[in-house]
Write a protein that binds this ligand. Structure first.
Ligand SMILES: Cc1cc2nc3c(=O)[nH]c(=O)nc-3n(C[C@H](O)[C@H](O)[C@H](O)COP(=O)(O)O)c2cc1C
Length: 158
């Protein structure tokens, strides 16, 4: 099975998290690909892969600039994504109380609206806590991946 991590970022934190996961979780899944969201659209979900959205939040609760085209294409070129299984890492900062981690949450909402199925809860990192998102993110991802692989194997066997 392939894990495809789609990265929405402004100042690379989300990319560092994705790369740390790529290095740390290689034993849990056949292949891990990290791809910046730049230039992507909804067709990125055509692949037979497990997806992980890894996105920060900017502006007033917006997705980062490099994620905008992909995010908007989910609205502008909608199609049924019932075959898609995904997880979400949402990076934010709780000092932005009204829009905390909205970047990842917005992707989640739109993907669910198109029939895609999230595995597990959204994992949120709060930059105001001063913890390392790479360390915490990889620890979360190891558990999430184990759950995702078990869920997908069970549904393939059924
Ligand atoms: C100008 C600016 C606006 C931000 N707006 C939000 C926001 O609305 N909500 C939120 O939760 N975090 C917000 N953040 C925090 C970032 O999402 C957070 O620092 C994240 O870890 C950055 O990840 P990145 O380097 O991958 O872009 C903002 C940060 C900056 C610099």
């Amino acid at each position: 099975m392939k894990l495809k991590i789609l990265v929405g970022t402004m100042t690379s934190t989300a990319d560092y998290v994705a790369q740390a996961i790529q290095m740390d979780c290689a034993d849990l899944v056949g292949e891990i690909e990290v791809q910046l969201m730049d230039g992507l659209d909804i067709s990125v979900f055509d692949e037979d892969a497990l997806y992980l959205i890894c996105s920060s939040t900017y502006g007033s609760g917006d997705v980062p600039d490099n994620a905008r085209q992909l995010y908007e294409s989910l609205d502008a070129q909608p199609k049924y994504l019932g075959q898609v299984r995904y997880g979400v890492i949402a990076l934010g900062d709780r000092t932005y109380q009204q829009t905390f981690a909205f970047g990842g949450k917005k992707f989640d909402e739109r993907l669910q609206g198109l029939g895609a199925q999230r595995i597990g809860e959204i994992w949120i990192h709060d930059a105001s806590e001063g913890t390392m998102p790479e360390t915490e993110g990889t620890a979360w991802c190891r558990e999430w991946l184990a759950q995702a692989v078990a869920t997908l194997s069970a549904s393939q066997a059924a």
